[in-house]
Design a protein around this ligand. Structure first.
Ligand SMILES: [Zn+2]
Length: 203
């Protein structure tokens, strides 16, 4: 009898310990529903054209704004030719950004980084630096992070073709543009990089 009682007691102890252990197993942290919902990639990989057209100022808007810059025009800082050049460059830069992402989507590019054609953009330098990177998902969620950011902007976006996750590397001193979920402040599109206008005009 005593042996049976001891055996039963031991069994109860083992069951109790088992229950206790189960309770200690940490509950897996729930993952971001936006990033992991099924079918998200078909949405994420949609061309950013529509979103960019919606979020960036239209050519008409830019033209209207530039023609209101009487002071700059009068002091000779902004000729008609230069205004046209700014508009042309704006359109080219928009197309370049959209095409870069469309092309990147064909090879499932996950990361893009910023580059400046003239080394630095006088307007952007307070906001964005060379080598800062964004993910494809961030572009999908916040299409305003695609350059150009303002008139005369020399910033462009380039695909990162490496297999490594840029969030886990310090390669080339690359750092994420985002510090949290929300995009950082970006330049006002009305700011004009005049250096670029002058350089462009003399070229
Ligand atoms: Zn810029």
């Amino acid at each position: 009898m005593a042996i049976i009682a001891i055996a039963l007691f031991l069994m109860l102890v083992l069951i109790a310990v088992g229950v206790g252990l189960k309770k200690d197993v940490p509950v897996e942290e729930s993952e971001d529903p936006v990033l992991h919902a099924s079918g998200i990639y078909s949405i994420v990989r949609k061309s950013p054209r529509e979103a960019v057209d919606r979020i960036k100022p239209s050519e008409e808007e830019i033209r209207k704004y530039l023609s209101s810059q009487i002071e700059n025009i009068q002091r000779g800082a902004l000729s008609q030719k230069e205004c046209e050049q700014l508009i042309k460059r704006w359109n080219e830069a928009i197309n370049q950004s959209v095409m870069t992402v469309e092309l990147g989507d064909r090879s499932n590019v996950e990361f893009y980084f910023y580059e400046f054609s003239s080394g630095e953009c006088s307007v952007c330098k307070e906001f964005i630096s060379r080598g800062k990177f964004v993910t494809r998902e961030e572009i999908f969620l916040h299409p305003q992070i695609l350059p150009p950011f303002h008139l005369g902007c020399t910033c462009s976006i380039l695909p990162h073709h490496g297999k490594e996750d840029l969030r886990d590397t310090t390669e080339m001193g690359m750092l994420p543009l985002f510090k949290g979920k929300a995009p950082p402040p970006l330049p006002d599109w009305k700011a004009i990089n005049f250096t670029n206008v002058i350089r462009g005009a003399s070229a």
